[in-house]
Write a protein that binds this ligand. Structure first.
Ligand code: EPU
Length: 346
């Protein structure tokens, strides 16, 4: 009796769910079986059922970093686990526990309002909290991994919940242990550790420029506002023009190759990376190949930022991947550099 009473409500199933409004590229896609997960404890029974039926599955968070095909067979898990809570605090840090389905930007705003500054450089990044650690979202001199304490996830290989401390998450540039092990973990909760000693992070040139004329150091709220302004000017709003943010990673190449390239292309944009390596601005490489603002049927390259591919309406994953292919070929031909696609191709 008791166990039945305490059993979690099963995940809500919607067959043939249209996903056009659940992916920022605005691609027409249908999920054969869409399950809405509102609580982590729905996962063990659901994952057992999918395993027993040998059904393929994947997770869809905010849909802001995916390229969806016209149809997604098997199960698509829509993670809608909400809630954020300050769970611990000492003299130096605050620990914040957040459900994987919480909207990322709303969390950044909430943290600021609750006097927990630190995440403001990552304002306005689309997507959910659960998706943020997978590709280790980063912008304006900050990556989310830096602020993560641990991650709770359902490990489908072990059929059990696991808590991975930050060190186990192997965060790197747009990379993590989760990304390296696709379709294994379902992130349910992220615990952030936010230092109480806050310091403005202004090393990113565009951001520093905003405050160059002011004598005093900006507040976290002022940085938040500035990041929102910079992003809105440079990146297309997915509600207006379908896109998935940066479409390629900034390639990391040996410093020697970088030096040779800068001799040939004196305006090359590059940044020092780990010793012996340097990071090239993929947007610059693509721009130099003449793709900025170019349109190919219903898809194209954004006019203000060549690293962003856009869906002007009615484009399919094939249209986008064909355009990506010609960009990769041209960049390889002109610069000898391989670009890697950033969003997940489902
Ligand atoms: N550039 C061009 N032409 C372009 C685009 C860029 O010449 O069309 C040059 C810029 O002038 C600049 C350099 O390339 O000198 C870098 O451009 P930008 O500052 O716009 O940053 P990014 O390297 O293109 C990265 C992230 C963004 C993040 C910004 C700010 C990646 C793949 N992208 O872009 O992240 O917001 O830095 O930190 O690392 C995302 O991942 O979806 C994303 C938007």
């Amino acid at each position: 009796m008791n166990s039945a009473k305490n059993a979690p409500k099963p995940a809500k199933l919607t067959p043939n769910l249209g996903l056009k409004h659940r992916n920022s590229f605005g691609l027409d896609s249908k999920a054969e079986l869409a399950y809405e997960i509102t609580s982590a404890d729905q996962l063990p029974a659901l994952m057992k059922e999918l395993g027993d039926k040998k059904l393929a599955w994947r997770v869809l968070g905010g849909g802001s970093n995916v390229i969806l095909p016209e149809s997604l067979p098997g199960a698509t898990l829509l993670i809608n686990i909400l809630g954020q809570e300050l769970i611990q605090s000492d003299d130096s840090n605050s620990w914040l526990s957040v459900g994987a389905g919480v909207n990322w930007h709303e969390l950044v705003s909430w943290a600021l309002e609750h006097n927990l500054p630190g995440l403001e450089n990552l304002a306005l990044i689309p997507g959910t909290v659960g998706a943020a650690p997978i590709q280790n979202i980063g912008a304006y001199g900050l990556e989310v991994g830096e602020y993560i304490d641990s991650i709770e996830a359902f490990d489908s290989a072990a059929h059990a919940f696991v808590t991975l401390p930050k060190e186990a998450c192997q965060f790197a540039y747009r990379d993590s242990y989760f990304k390296q092990n696709p379709n294994r973990f379902i992130v349910t909760k992220v615990v952030f550790k936010i230092p109480k000693a806050w310091q403005a992070r202004l090393q990113y040139a565009d951001l520093a420029k905003q405050f160059a004329e002011s004598n005093s150091s900006p507040s976290a709220k002022q940085i938040f506002d500035a990041v929102c302004t910079i992003r809105s000017n440079k990146l297309p709003d997915p509600k207006v023009i379908g896109n998935a943010g940066s479409f390629f990673q900034n390639p990391i190449v040996p410093s020697e190759q970088c030096e040779q390239l800068s001799k040939k292309f004196p305006n090359l944009v590059s940044y020092p990376d780990t010793p012996g390596m340097c990071k090239l601005a993929a947007g610059w490489l693509i721009d130099q190949c003449g793709f900025k603002g170019k349109r190919v049927g219903p898809v194209g390259v954004y006019e203000n930022q060549a690293l962003v591919l856009v869906n002007h309406g009615g484009g399919t994953s094939t249209d986008i991947l064909n355009l990506a292919k010609s960009i990769r070929e041209e960049v390889l031909k002109k610069f000898g550099v391989q670009l890697e696609i950033e969003p997940n191709i489902l």
